[in-house]
Design a protein around this ligand. Structure first.
Ligand code: ZN
Length: 381
């Protein structure tokens, strides 16, 4: 077994505060939420175990005199140093699961708990979803108390071993039952099972070890996100109590509706309205896209509903390469409010095309559409 002092990188005469600081630093670096490198979880386990022993005055004394924490363990601890305990047990015991009771004779509960995850919504424009962007966000979470740095004690003071339970966090009671006199263990009421009491709680955080704070973060919004996409920021959530690690922050994206473009998957759609004459004669129209102006060629005889595809001008694919397309739907506008001269020209055109009494057609096949059979109303007769 490696030396607990070495594991934490502290000297053998380190104070409880130094041990706590060393542990906090290492736990932040190695915490499985933050560090996914192989071996990090084992290291975190070793560090946590070392801290569990050295932070407890009784266990530390036993460890210092016997060189191991199990030898003459007075019925305290031993708990999660046993091999049968999985990582989750250690985690629970240490960061909350076991707090407030230390059920099963596990020794004093830790004040240290991992903070909760936090969720905030962020609105972005469609263009930011297409290309990605950096976004400043205001976050308000609990953070480590700057005054006591998570010790929960007013600076200059320190926790004191509980007089009632002598640091075990538990009291034994004999209870009469039908089976006779039974000894049960209950969390110490004087220290709430922590084994220590804080005689002078930090004035800034009221002894919680954390305070609420507002800060501005710049987050990287990756290209391709959509409404509902969540970005996880490890260790940016709520700070835990008594110097416990921070939870994670989840940023949920909401994409604002765009006045021009509608997104479907990673494709963008836009409607381009052109005059009837342009549709008939053909033209080139410049259209503003997110990539700047693009020329769209309208061939003569273009019909309403035709689609021009601009390859690769859509939304960037979220975990991958390339982009969707921009589909431009052409809508042909029928002129309204004709003046006398225009009306005359159109009548002339209708006459030349033999359409004065034209009938609509009900289409079929690829050009299917519903064309009501309408009497031509051009000639008012
Ligand atoms: Zn404080």
């Amino acid at each position: 077994m490696s030396d607990h002092y070495q594991v934490l990188g502290v000297s053998r005469d380190a104070t409880g505060e130094e041990i706590k600081k060393a542990y906090r630093k290492l736990a932040r670096k190695l915490h499985p939420d933050v560090n996914t490198a192989p071996g990090a979880a084992d290291e975190f386990k070793a560090v946590t175990h070392a801290y569990e022993v050295l932070s407890d005055p009784q266990k530390r004394r036993v460890y210092d005199t016997t060189g191991n924490e199990n030898g003459t363990d007075n019925g305290f601890g031993g708990g999660f140093s046993g091999q049968g305990f999985g990582f989750q047990d250690i985690f629970d015991t240490f960061f909350g699961g076991g707090a407030g009771g230390g059920g099963g004779g596990r020794g004093p509960a830790s004040r240290t708990r991992r903070g909760q995850d936090a969720l905030i919504n962020v609105r972005i424009d469609l263009k930011d979803a297409v290309f990605g962007s950096n976004k400043k966000i205001d976050v308000e979470t609990a953070v480590l108390c700057p005054t006591c740095e998570g010790s929960c004690c007013q600076p200059g003071t320190s926790p004191r071993t509980c007089d009632i339970c002598h640091g075990s966090g538990q009291v034994q009671r004999s209870v009469r039952s039908i089976l006779g006199q039974v000894m049960t263990t209950a969390p110490c009421g004087s220290c709430q099972g922590f084994g220590t009491v804080i005689p002078d709680p930090c004035h800034e955080c009221a002894g919680e070890g954390r305070v609420r704070s507002r800060r501005t973060l710049t987050i990287k919004v990756p290209a391709g996100v959509g409404t509902g996409t969540r970005i996880q920021l490890s260790g940016q959530g709520e700070a835990g109590t008594a110097g416990g690690p921070q939870g994670d922050l989840y940023v949920e994206i909401r994409v604002n509706a765009d006045p021009v473009f509608v997104r479907e998957g990673d494709d963008l759609h836009a409607t381009l309205t052109i005059p009837m004459t342009a549709a008939a004669l053909g033209t080139v129209i410049t259209m503003d896209t997110f990539d700047g102006p693009r020329e769209i060629s309208i061939k003569s005889g273009t019909q309403s509903g035709e689609v021009t595809t601009l390859k690769g001008l859509g939304v960037t694919h979220l975990r991958g390469y390339g982009r969707g397309d921009l589909l431009v739907h052409v809508q042909v506008e029928t002129p309204q409010k004709l003046d006398a001269e225009q009306e005359g020209l159109l009548r002339k055109l209708a006459e030349l095309r033999g359409e004065e009494f034209a009938e609509g057609r009900v289409g079929s096949g690829s050009n299917a559409g519903v064309f009501a059979k309408l009497r031509d109303r051009l000639g008012n007769h």
